[in-house]
Design a protein around this ligand. Structure first.
Ligand code: ZN
Length: 326
């Protein structure tokens, strides 16, 4: 059943299923939550459930013609507004509001999915607002966005809000294994780094295939002895946004393992269990990993605020070398 495809969002799913079961479907919904946690998939399943020809209580069969057409984007009553550039333009929303005036032709509901709704221009948002204020008959709007605060308060208040949570590490790991994207050990490692997002997990997996962890280990091995200008040379190849974005969580995970090893000596608690010898060795070199973990967190925040990556990484690595046991 399609709702079963949505992982780790029991509250959101129940909210939507109940609306359908109790015949209390509204005209406008706002799905909000971090990227990569299932908002878009849930919006499609919701459209399927509303129009399923099998009429399974609150769910979609996933197999009837309607369900299949919605999945492939070929249902005449389900519209997805594409984000082609930086903005959703007024011409796109005008087309939506025009189409909304016609009743559904095949299904029970005419459904408009507006992903990244925060990308609507002010004119587009105001145009949509008029339709949300007086929605025609069997018309449903689903807006998705990472943060409701990026939308006009008037739009927020017209929509029923459905919150999507960051996913649990276990849910991400199980998904990766189930989809044959990773073996159990690798899935566990990636899930720990993904910060609750399947999207991030998949990005990490792509980079992991490029053996990023081995590169990070290589970097740390060189840092054991590097000093001054040598440290600065080691930043080479890591300062581009996507590379740095992946380096920081890998470093954090590594130092987390050093900390765990120093405090417990229990190999089962390590994430990089397969590199035990190196962890033992490095746990001697860096006696205070918790300090470095705090520095990494700070660097991540700075990176999100668009700090100079080169400078950020130079400072980070120099701080790391200054914490070596001498
Ligand atoms: Zn169906």
């Amino acid at each position: 059943m399609p709702w079963a495809d949505i992982i780790g969002q029991p509250i959101a799913v129940r909210q939507l299923q109940n609306a359908l079961k109790q015949n209390r479907v509204g005209h406008a919904y706002l799905f909000f939550g971090p990227p990569g946690v299932g908002k878009r998939t849930a919006a499609r399943v919701w459209a399927q459930a509303l129009n399923c020809q099998q009429g399974v209580a609150g769910d979609a069969c996933g197999e009837c013609r309607s369900c299949r057409n919605i999945l492939t984007g070929n249902h005449p009553d389900v519209w997805e507004v594409p984000l082609t550039g930086a903005h959703i333009r007024i011409s796109q929303i005008r087309e939506v509001t025009r189409q909304a005036q016609f009743p559904p032709t095949e299904g029970c509901w005419k459904v408009f999915l507006i992903h990244n709704a925060e990308a609507m221009t002010l004119e587009a948002a105001n145009n949509l607002l008029k339709t949300l204020e007086e929605p025609p008959g069997e018309t449903l709007f689903v807006l998705t966005t990472p943060s409701i605060f990026n939308l006009l308060p008037t739009i927020q208040s017209r929509c029923q809000q459905v919150r999507f949570q960051p996913l649990a590490v276990r849910d991400i790991a199980e998904f990766l294994v189930r989809q044959n994207l990773a073996g159990p050990a690798q899935a566990e490692l990636i899930a720990n780094l993904a910060e609750g997002s399947l999207l991030t997990a998949q990005e990490l997996l792509t980079m992991e295939r490029g053996a990023v962890r081995e590169e990070v280990i290589d970097l740390l091995t060189k840092l054991k002895t590097a000093a001054g200008p040598q440290v600065l040379i080691l930043t080479e190849g890591w300062t581009e946004g996507p590379r740095l974005k992946i380096l920081l969580p890998w470093l954090a995970l590594w130092f987390r393992d050093l900390l765990v090893w120093q405090n417990t000596g229990d190999v089962k608690l390590l994430i990089n269990q397969d590199r035990l010898e190196l962890i033992k060795e490095q746990a001697q070199i860096w006696p205070r990993p918790e300090r470095f973990l705090r520095i990494i967190q700070e660097a991540k925040r700075k990176m999100e605020r668009n700090a100079n990556n080169q400078l950020l990484l130079e400072v980070l690595l120099l701080e790391l070398t200054s914490m070596r046991r001498t």
